[in-house]
Design a protein around this ligand. Structure first.
Ligand code: ADP
Ligand code: MG
Length: 628
């Protein structure tokens, strides 16, 4: 029997590991199963290249709980260790065997999927155990070894009579950590961290129902059988080649990832690169609708099929965190802080690769089946519009797939939109004016008026649309956006409405005075316009600039807060060619005139959804009085 001191440079490494290395105690299980997986994959590799003469077979990793002795066992059938190797790999802390293995078999083992990196994973066992034992038998023809350590820096190492190849780790669970002896806790951890690990993991048994024999009676119960309970899927979809997967496989994997999610994803993007970094994964577009506050943190990050985190901030561009799915990369530094991640060159490359892949996929979906893409547009546009705003590269590519729906449900690309309104919707400086509505019902009257004149009206109703418009106006040439009820539209109306005013200048002067006597100046600027006699007599428009600034502040960004505090101002456009206006002008009694103006103003407010509360109640009452 050998005894000795664990070779560490810091006298008390255990308290250090316990406190600082991992904040989460539960990851010990992930680390030990990763080691067991590594040991099995190493054996597989050695037998593939003919260096291990033993039978590889169908190795599994088994987790066993012994409540009576308060022990947790992790048993593998991997390559095992000789006494010398235990000495070297376990006793020399921070000397990573995984790294040495990769170094030694550099060329052949690159794709073996080895997880270990830092040579500290094993010691995480002491976060939950007072004492740890290793019983291990190497694939080499040497006796098994038994290592014991109680968490101090001394250990014992002796021979053991274990004959079957592989390693058993025994944890004597600490009194404060007894939850790790509960079936439910272990099941929870295995499903969280190990659900897609490459070697089958066995935990307990389960009862399987067998088909009834043919001669069984109706009332006979179906026969059952106890079988191993395998908790993982060792070959998850993302590790396969896209060519080998069908649509159904992708959907099936989505259900595997999110068993509680009943809605199917709209489409998926299979990520697969090996140069200049290694990354695989599948991203899904869920149905998003209008909701920007959808639950993020749904993308899971794996390293060689071991779950690491569901916080992919910094790795995936912000706008894509609304997606779901899996990313697996051995190249993402895992044990470092988030701020470091964001500055890391490799991580930046990964992020821009993902952005590019998503843009390419959207382009091909649009090209291959435009009709289907249009159907999905309203469920994915928030992500796309957010991406256009936040990632310049994505914005550049978005011309190929970003859609601009009209109020009549026609979906136009930006280029198609430009072609469509060219010549017809230009202001006096020949700038294109894109008319849009944000709410079909509330702006109905304005939409109808614009359509009457043959204008195209878009329906842009996502919450960040004012930001997007701002971005389009600054990056596209010679184009400006105007909401149908905004004041920009005046330019358009005035230009083609060269109607001759029915009123003389004097008449206009006195009409304006009459109107301004009744209409509150602090809210409305009165403008007389000679329009078509069929157009509305009173129309309220809102200064486009002001409204947009306010909206942008509400949805974040947009700079100065001054706009948020400004009172709402409107333009009241009075159509001097309308019969009602002539009638108002000609009304003799001041009282009656005032009543007509008030009623007209309220009707205009009503059509803009601006009449509310007490004022609305008064208006309704007044209207009833008038018609009775
Ligand atoms: P790492 O996995 O990063 O190399 P660990 O501290 O987790 O570091 O493990 C140290 C070394 O101990 C491993 O590299 C490996 O050589 C050896 N080892 C640990 N667990 C096992 C096991 N179950 N079977 C064989 N060797 C093991
Ligand atoms: Mg390890």
């Amino acid at each position: 029997m050998a005894t000795g001191n664990i070779n560490v440079s810091v006298e008390n490494i255990f308290p250090l590991i316990k406190k600082f290395l991992y904040s989460d105690h539960e990851i010990f299980l992930r680390e030990l199963i990763s080691n067991a997986t590594d040991a099995t994959l190493k054996l597989k590799h050695l037998s593939n290249i003919g260096e291990a003469k033993t039978e590889y077979g169908n190795p599994t990793i088994e987790i066993k709980i012994d409540k009576d002795t308060k022990q947790l066992h992790i048993i593998d059938q991997g390559l095992g260790m000789t006494a010398d190797e235990v000495q070297k790999y376990i006793n020399e802390v921070a000397f990573s065997g995984a790294e040495e293995f990769l170094e030694k078999y550099k060329d052949s083992a690159k794709d073996a999927g080895i997880i270990g990196h830092f040579g500290l994973g094993f010691y995480s066992a002491f976060m939950v155990a007072d004492k740890v034992e290793i019983i291990t038998k190497s694939y080499k023809d040497e006796p098994a070894a038994h290592w014991t350590c109680d968490g101090s820096t001394s250990y014992t190492l002796e021979e053991h009579d274990k004959t079957e190849r592989g390693t058993e780790i025994i944890l004597h669970i600490n009194e404060d950590e007894l939850e790790f002896l509960e079936n439910s806790k272990i099941t929870e951890l295995l499903t969280k961290y190990n659900k897609f690990m490459p070697i089958p993991i066995k935990f307990g048994t389960k009862t399987e129902t067998l088909p009834k024999p043919e001669d069984a009676k109706e009332e006979d119960p179906a026969p059952t059988k106890e079988v191993d309970n395998i908790i993982n899927n060792p070959n998850p979809a993302w590790t396969k080649q896209p060519a080998d997967l069908k649509e159904e496989d992708y959907k099936g994997f989505y259900r595997e990832l999110y068993p509680m999610q009943f809605e199917e994803p709209l489409f998926n993007i299979h990520l697969n690169v090996d140069y200049p970094f290694n990354l695989t994964g599948i991203l899904y577009f869920p149905k998003l609708g209008q909701d920007m506050n959808i639950q993020k943190d749904k993308i899971q990050l794996y390293q060689n099929q071991v779950f690491v985190t569901d916080n992919v901030e910094g790795i995936v561009p912000e706008f894509l965190t609304m997606l779901r799915g899996v990313i697996d990369s051995p190249d993402i530094p895992l044990n470092v802080s988030r701020s470091y991640l964001q500055a890391d060159g490799a991580v930046k490359k990964i992020s821009s690769y993902i952005t590019r892949k998503v843009a390419d996929k959207l382009t091909s979906l649009f090209k291959n089946d435009r009709e289907d893409f249009e159907k999905k547009w309203n469920d994915i546009k928030v992500v796309i519009e957010y991406g256009m705003l936040s990632e310049d590269k994505f914005f550049e590519k978005s011309d190929k797939f970003a859609l601009y729906p009209t109020v009549d449900d026609t979906y136009l690309t930006f280029e198609e939109l430009q072609d469509k309104i060219k010549g017809n919707q230009t202001d006096k400086d020949d700038k294109l004016i894109v008319l849009y509505a944000s709410n079909k019902d509330e702006q109905h009257a304005y939409i109808a008026a614009a359509k009457d004149k043959g204008y195209e009206v878009l329906l842009l109703d996502s919450p960040i649309v004012s930001h997007l418009i701002q971005k389009l106006e600054t990056s596209k040439e010679n184009i400006t956006f105007a909401r149908v009820d905004g004041d920009h539209i005046d330019n358009l109306i005035k230009k083609d409405e060269e109607a001759i005013s029915k009123l003389s200048d004097d008449e206009k002067e006195s009409l304006k005075t009459d109107l301004e006597n009744v209409i509150p100046k602090e809210r409305y600027t009165v403008q007389l316009e000679a329009m078509d006699s069929n157009a509305s007599p009173f129309m309220i428009t809102q200064p486009e600039f002001m409204r947009r600034m306010k909206e942008m502040q509400q949805t974040g960004g947009g700079g100065m807060n001054m706009f948020g505090n400004m009172p709402e101002m409107f333009n009241l456009i009075v159509n001097t060619n309308h019969e009602l206006i002539t009638q108002i002008k000609d009304t003799k009694t001041a009282k009656k005139k005032e009543r007509l103006i008030k009623q007209s103003l309220d009707l205009a407010r009503l059509s803009q959804n601006l009449l509310k509360g007490e004022e609305l109640t008064a208006f309704i009452k007044r209207s009833f009085d008038m018609i009775k």
